[in-house]
Design a binder for this molecule. Sequence first.
Ligand SMILES: C[S@@+](CC[C@H](N)C(=O)[O-])C[C@H]1O[C@@H](n2cnc3c(N)ncnc32)[C@H](O)[C@@H]1O
Length: 348
Amino acid sequence: MKIDTILQGDCIKKMAQMPSYSIDMIFADPPYFMQTSGCLNRGDGTRFLGVDESWDKFKDMQEYDTFCKNWLSQCQRLLKPNGTIWVIGSMQNIYRLGYLMQEMGFWILNEVIWTKPNAPPNFTGTRFQNRHETLLWCSPKKGSPYTFNYKTLKALNGDKQASSVWDIPICLGPERLKGADGKKLHATQKPEKLLYQIILTSTKPEDLILDPFMGSGTTGAVAKKLGRHYLGIEREAKYVKAAQKRIQSVSCQMDDFAQLTFDQKPPKILFTHLLKKGYVKVGQYLYTPQHKKARILESGQLKCGAKIGSIHQLAAQLQNKSAANGWFFWHILTQNGYQPIDILRRKI
Ligand SMILES: C[S@@+](CC[C@H](N)C(=O)[O-])C[C@H]1O[C@@H](n2cnc3c(N)ncnc32)[C@H](O)[C@@H]1O
């Protein structure tokens, strides 16, 4: 199976040709079946371009449900036993998708609410402004193991446990692909930040991500940036072409988040090892989170005022605790500011 590519065609047919248990994660942003008709104008009379595309048309609910059952069952077959699927939808389709998925044996791990601070208003003032979409994160069956990069997401969230409400602006400005007429190329291009959060949550570097409704290529672009592989399927040739061009122009940027550094088990290393290898020196200062200094002694112990002890003992003493983890308490001063000495042992 060729990866890091976009296949043009119907996703049900294309997925049927792929081997079972070959995919680590799926992101599916299917047609919503909006059932809209007519034009919608803004307050100033200009036309609002919502979703009124041929790919979003179905005869009735029954046809839509059959379509969804078919692509979902292919996804369930393709997922590795420890893989997961994210399905995104609006009020028009998310309840049908959730019902079908539960009927098929998928197990919902989380429902995530994507709130949009810059969503368009309800132009007619006849209902609430629609300011969110819903994502269902599921494993193929109850009890399957799955990847959840808890610590990476916590670090990304300012060291607070990440929640199921994500506030992310809709895609505007230079990120939004434009057609030759200067108008948005794709009606439902998702913001890269949404895919960034999804991919960091549930994949590891080198994992293979499938997007059966690739559209403008958001999933492929973010997967490539984060050092993951992708496989996209898209029916419309013009979107395939635009997505290929978009993905070609991005490069991989493997920072601590992409590498999931925060979720990796810390290596078993003694502080004296850092000293022997020259990562720290005798006489050098380490700093507490409040920037109080301690000097490194020849023995590998630290001295702070009259107190002497190992990195852990002194960290505990200074915090009036019975025990503490010195790797995160003590900091070195770098070009990027104060950093915990944990980064030094990870370098070794
Ligand atoms: C909601 S959009 C996905 C947008 C995408 N997530 C992005 O960020 O650009 C759905 C896409 O699925 C495509 N599509 C609809 N039915 C399809 C099918 N049966 N097989 C493959 N693609 C399909 C449409 O052409 C459309 O581009």
